[in-house]
Design a protein around this ligand. Structure first.
Ligand code: NAP
Length: 465
C-alpha cells in the first residue's frame, strides 16, 4: 500500500494519462519516458482506434514523405512504459473526473478539431464546406461527413478556397490533381472515385490580405506548380507591394521566398486541358450567394494598412463558385469538464503547460500541442512544446507538488468492465496490417480504412485468430 502523496517509485510510478495520440501526445509520451529522474507509466488515450492524429487525418495523402513521420512516432508508441489506449472518448466512455481517479496527472494533447467560422451569410449553404471537413474526408477520418462533402464535390466546377495558409494549398492541390496522381496514395477508394469524377474546371484561392501577409510556406507553395493537370496563375498587379509589405518582404525570409515564387508564376499561361489554379489576394469574403446551394461568393477588394491589416475599399465583386471551401484555421473544443477559451480555442495555462482553472494552477493537469498554443506550426513544433510541458510536470514531481496518491485502478480494466472496447498497441498493429493488405490488393502500399466498424472488425478478427 502506497501512502497518499508519496514520491513516485519503480513499484508505484507516476501514472499519467495523455489525451490525444497525435504528434503532441506522442511527443509528450516520448519526453516522459525518455527521462530517468521520475518513474512514470503513460496511458496514451485517443477517441479513435488509430494513433497519429493529424499525421494520419490531416497531412495530405499526396505528401507521402511528410506522412513518413509515422515511423518515428511509432517508435515512441513501442516504448514499454507507454500504453496506447485507442477507441476511448473521455467525456463519453469515462468522465474526466473518473479518469483522474485512475491517474496522478493528465496531459491534454487533443488538438484543435473544429473549423473556425467566417460568420458571414450563406456559410452553411450546401456547397460550402469547411476545409477541416474536406481534409477529414479525403484522409478517411471515420467521422467525416461523406454525404455532405461528396454532394458538394459532385457539382464542383468552379471552386473557391478562402484563406491562404498551408491547409488552403493542400485542398486546392488535391482538388486540382489528376486521378493518376492520386491513384498511388492511401486515400480510401471512394475518395479516389469521387475526386476522379468531380467536374473541377477551375480553382481560386483567396487571400483577404496581400501576398506578403499569406501564411503558407514556400515549399508548400512551390508544390502547387507541380501539378500534372493544373497551372497556377497570379496577377502581377497583386504582387506590387505597399511600403509596409515591402519592409516585411525584406525582413522575413519566408515572405521573400514566397514572393520570388509568385513572381516566377506571374507570366504563366494555361495549356489546353489544364485546370487554372488562381491565387488572388486583397479580397475579403462578404457573403456566399445562392438560394438552395452556393452559386457564388461576394467579396470586397481590400488594401493593407501600415500594420498589415485588411482595410475594405468598398469595391464589391462576385466570383462564381459551385463549391466554397473555408480554410480559415482550426479551433479547439472543450472536453466535458475542461473549459476552453472561446476566443482563442485553447486551454488556459501558465505559459509552460500547467492548466489554469479560474486563473489558478490546477494541480495534476497539463496541456501541450495545438490545444495549448493554438493551431499553428508544423508537426515538429509539437516536440519542443511537449518537452516544455513535460519539464513543468517533472519539476512539479521533483518538488512534491505532483505525487502519487495511493494505488489506482487500471484504466483499461475499468473501461472493459464498462463495456468499452479499448484498442491497444497490438490491436492497432492488426489494423495497420489490414490497411497494408487492403492497399496491396489494389497495388498500393496502403489504403486507409475509413469506417470505425471496419477498423474494429480488423482488431476482432486478429484477436479471434
Ligand atoms: P493558417 O496558416 O492560420 O491560415 C488561415 C488563413 O485563413 C489565413 O490566410 C488567414 O488570413 C485566413 N483567414 C482567417 N480568417 C479569415 C476570414 N475571416 N476571412 C478570410 N480569410 C481568413 O491556418 P491553416 O492553413 O489552417 O494551417 C494551420 C497550421 O497547420 C499552420 O501552422 C500550417 O502551416 C500548418 N500546416 C502545415 C502544412 C505543411 O507543412 N505542409 C500543411 C497543412 C497545415 P489572415 O492571415 O489575414 O488572418
Amino acid at each position: 500500500m502506497v501512502d497518499d502523496g508519496a514520491v513516485p517509485s519503480a513499484g508505484r510510478p507516476l501514472r499519467i494519462a495523455v489525451i490525444g495520440a497525435g504528434p503532441a501526445g506522442i511527443f509528450t509520451a516520448d519526453a516522459l519516458t525518455r527521462q530517468q529522474d521520475v518513474p512514470v507509466a503513460v496511458d496514451l488515450v485517443d477517441r479513435l482506434p488509430t494513433p497519429f492524429g493529424l499525421v494520419r487525418h490531416g497531412i495530405a495523402p499526396d505528401h507521402p514523405k511528410m506522412r513518413a513521420i509515422r515511423e518515428t512516432l511509432h517508435r515512441s508508441l513501442d516504448q514499454p512504459l507507454v500504453r496506447f489506449v485507442g477507441n476511448v472518448e473521455i467525456g463519453t466512455d469515462l468522465s474526466l473526473d473518473e479518469l483522474r481517479r485512475h491517474v496522478d496527472a493528465v496531459v491534454y494533447t487533443y488538438g484543435a478539431a473544429l473549423d473556425r467560422r467566417l460568420g458571414i451569410e450563406g456559410e452553411d449553404l450546401p456547397g460550402s464546406l469547411a476545409a477541416t471537413d474536406v481534409v477529414a474526408w479525403y484522409c478517411g477520418h471515420p467521422d467525416a461527413d461523406r454525404e455532405r462533402v461528396e454532394a458538394a464535390l459532385a457539382a464542383a466546377r468552379s471552386v473557391v478556397v478562402i484563406g491562404v495558409g498551408n491547409v488552403a494549398l493542400d485542398v486546392a492541390r488535391v482538388l486540382a490533381r489528376t486521378a493518376e496522381e492520386l491513384e498511388p496514395t492511401d486515400m480510401p477508394q471512394h475518395v479516389l472515385d469521387v475526386l476522379a469524377a468531380a467536374p473541377v474546371q477551375e480553382v481560386t484561392v483567396l487571400g483577404r490580405r496581400g501576398p506578403a501577409q499569406a501564411t503558407f510556406t514556400t515549399q508548400e507553395l512551390r508544390e502547387l506548380d507541380e501539378l500534372a493537370g493544373g497551372t497556377v496563375l497570379v496577377d502581377p498587379a497583386e504582387l506590387e507591394l505597399d511600403p509596409g509589405s515591402a519592409e516585411r518582404a525584406a525582413t522575413d525570409r519566408t515572405v521573400t521566398r514566397n514572393l520570388a515564387v509568385l513572381r516566377e508564376w506571374a507570366g504563366h499561361e494555361v495549356p489546353d486541358g489544364h485546370v487554372p489554379v488562381r491565387l488572388r489576394f486583397f479580397r475579403r469574403p462578404l457573403r456566399l450567394l445562392g438560394a438552395d446551394r452556393v452559386t457564388g461568393i461576394e467579396v470586397e477588394r481590400t488594401a493593407v494598412d501600415g500594420d498589415g491589416r485588411a482595410i475594405g475599399t468598398g469595391e464589391v465583386e462576385v466570383l462564381p463558385a459551385d463549391l466554397v471551401v473555408r480554410s480559415v484555421g482550426y479551433r479547439g473544443l472543450p472536453l466535458p469538464g475542461l473549459p476552453v477559451d472561446e476566443r482563442t480555442g485553447t486551454v488556459a495555462h501558465d505559459g509552460v503547460g500547467r492548466v489554469l482553472r479560474d486563473g489558478a494552477v490546477s494541480p495534476g493537469e497539463y496541456v501541450a500541442g495545438w490545444i495549448k498554443r493554438g493551431p499553428t506550426g508544423v508537426v515538429g513544433h509539437n516536440k519542443h512544446d511537449a518537452r516544455e510541458t513535460v519539464a513543468a510536470l517533472l519539476a512539479d514531481a521533483a518538488d512534491g507538488t505532483l505525487a502519487v496518491h495511493g494505488p489506482v485502478d487500471d484504466l483499461v480494466t475499468t473501461l472493459r468492465e464498462r463495456g468499452a472496447e479499448p484498442v491497444l498497441l497490438e490491436d492497432w498493429r492488426a489494423i495497420d496490417a489490414a490497411e497494408v493488405a487492403l492497399g496491396a490488393s489494389r497495388g498500393r502500399a496502403r489504403t486507409t480504412m475509413h469506417e470505425r466498424e471496419a477498423l474494429l472488425a480488423a482488431v476482432r478478427a486478429a484477436a479471434a485468430g
